[in-house]
Structures are given as structure tokens and as C-alpha cells.
Write a protein that binds this ligand. Sequence first.
Ligand SMILES: *Cc1c(COP(=O)(O)O)cnc(C)c1O
Length: 425
Amino acid sequence: MKRETIAIHAGYDGDPATKAVAVPIYQTIAFEFDSAEHGAALFNLEVAGNIYTRIGNPTNTVLEKRVAALEGGVDALSVSSGMAAIHYSLVNIAEMGHNIVSLPQLYGATYTLLAHILPKQGITGRFAKTEHPEDVEELIDENTRAVFCETIGNPAGNVPDLEGLARVAHKHGVPLIVDNTIATPILLRPIEYGADVVVHSMTKFMGGHGTTLGGMIVDSGKFPWRDYPEKFYMLNRPEIAYHGVVYVEHYGDAAYVARCRTVSQRNTGSTLSPFNGFLLLQGIETLVLRIERHIANARKVAEFLRDHPAVEWVNYAGFPDSPLYEMAQRYMGSSRCSLLTFGVKGGFEAGTKCFNSLRLFKRMVNLGDAKSLACHPASTTHRQLTPEEQKKVGVTPEMIRLSVGIEHIDDILEDLAQALEKAAA
Ligand SMILES: *Cc1c(COP(=O)(O)O)cnc(C)c1O
């Protein structure tokens, strides 16, 4: 099936109990066993079935199968937020003494997790000098357990060389784990370029309406865990935290995600609520349509800003003279994401004036909503940094970041025009 069809049908073939056409919300904690023997068989993993919502729920199972199908993975685990997905994806294979090698451009909380939180538990985050595969390779050693990156960096909008990163990771026997939140599988399917695990904040474009936190871990089923029995002992030796199961034997290709579910999720409990699973399913049904409108609107906004006399610069990967163009073209064809940044002439003062004058655009730090959103990093997310530090992470005083929504383009452009006029006055 094509992605438009997968987004609407994958993972659900009608409810066997009621024949409900929409996916029911199974708002229940536990599921009844037919007998002591049936319960024992479920716990021994001899038969498939539901036990307790913390480790699996039928509403969420549909969502997991749907996202796995969109990404081309073998299975997936839904969790309560994007950050829970990123955390589990790393601690599933990294323990004390290990390290994760990451690209430098990261979502803020992911950077903090790798730079300040995991190190206190003995797992070190190592940040490459640049996004180039050779700078990543330089940091990999025998204690590295994964290479991590985002398929579209934020706020820069850079697409890294995924094939090059997969090549250096695989050469050293470690998986490439990628955060595909901003691209979504509609713009980019990282598994096709060698990614082994794909994580998502479902909170953004996937849900698409700014209502629901959620996360997802998709297992490509392609990483050869069995070839590294010492390095990835968690997947190759009997697991004391789960009935002595040997994941690569019992779960085959889906060993990695099965361990995320039965060790991390079961014992630390960042479970997605079935109601949120239901809302995310509603969002995904229109994902392709929404992304098409997002990217068409963003292109028009970028062109409008480029030609506007009050605008100093526009950073948009769709312009052939942009340094972001070549990689975006290679991995996303003619499509581009709907995030872009621009600078108003007149520095911080003009930047804030433009930002404060927006009427349709909501002033906030989220992205990927049906609504158009704007963020002024220098006065909010990056306020604590000195001007020098801001410059280092690519934030300038006048910079405004837009997440272009799916409203009518005339209304979006009119709002920007009146805000720019006020900034210039
Ligand atoms: C928002 C975001 C996250 C975190 O997701 P939550 O669902 O808010 O926990 C992680 N990565 C990227 C790229 C994001 O944009």
C-alpha cells in the first residue's frame, strides 16, 4: 500500500469483538485470562495477547503498527512523549561505561539528556564537531553503543548525510538511531538510508493538532545484534528482568523494540494513554494531506519573505543558493519541511516588534501544529545565553522561527505583511 492508504488503514482490520470501524479506545488497565494456564502462557510469551496496559494496549497497538508501516520498520513501541522515546531508545542498549556519539544540532531536551542527565548514570554523550560523518567516526570507540542524530535539525533545518552516518556506525558495529520528528515519514524514510531505529515525538506533525503528547520507537529489524553478542549482551543473553528471555531468539528481528517494551516500559512506565493513542490515530489519518499543505504554504512564505524589503535574510532549504539545499534535495526530493527562520532588518528591536505584531501566528515554542506558530529564540528559548553563545548555536537577536500552518496562504501572508510593516516603521 501507498503511504496515504497506510496512514488510514495499517494495523487495523475492524474490531473482532464489536466490528467497530473506527479504532476503539480500550480504556482499561488489565485484560482477563481464560484460565491460570492461559495467564501462564501469556507471561511465558508462549501465546500473544494483552496483559496490562503499561506493557501493551490494543488501541496503542494499532498506532504502533501504523507508524511502523509508515516508516518501513518491523514493529514499534508507543510511549508517553518524544523524550521518553529517545531515553528508552538509548538505555535499551547502553549501560554504565558506554557512550553515545551524537551530532551537535539537537532538540534542547535531547541535548540536556545526553550532556547532563545520562552522564550521571555513567552513559556519556559525545558531540561531534560538525555533522560530517568523519567527525562522527572520530569519536566512536569500543564503548560506543549508538550514533544519534535528527533527520532535520532544529532550528537550522539541516539534513545530515544519513547514508554516510549509517556507514560509519555500521563499520564500527553500532546502530544509527535517528529522531524523525520534524521530517515525518512523509518527507523522509530514514530506514531506507540505513537508520536502524527511528524515534518520534508524535506530539508535533504526527498528531498535528497541538493537543496530544506522545512518542514512538520504530525498530527497522535490520541491525545484526546477533553478530555482537558481547557488545549487545542485553539482547543476546538471558534477561533477568524478564523471565530469562533471550531477545534475539524469542523476538527475532524485533528483538530491540521488544526489550524496550518489556524492560524499560514495563519497569519505568512511560506508557501512552489509550485516549492519547486514539487522538494520535485521528491525526495520522490526515498526515499526508496536512504535510502537503504545510510544505506548499512554507514555500510561499519563504518566497514572500525573501522578496520583502524589511527582511534581512531567510533560511529555507528550498532555495538553490541555500547551504541546506543539496542534502535536502538528496534525501527529500523537491519537498521541504515547513519550519524556516528569517531575520528582520534592524536587529533585536525590529525582531521583537515584528514578533509582537503577529496576529494569526501564535507566539509559542511548539511546532508542527495545524496552526501557524512563531518563536523568537533570543527572547525566549535562548534568552539565558550570552550573545556569543547564541551565535554559536545559530541564534541571532533578530531571528524569528516559523512553523507554517495549514491555514489559507492569503491570511498567513497578510499577517506577516502587517507585522513586517510595523517592524519597519
Ligand atoms: C518536541 C521534540 C522532541 C520532544 O518531544 P516531546 O513529545 O515534547 O517529549 C524531541 N525531538 C524533537 C526533534 C522535537 O521537536
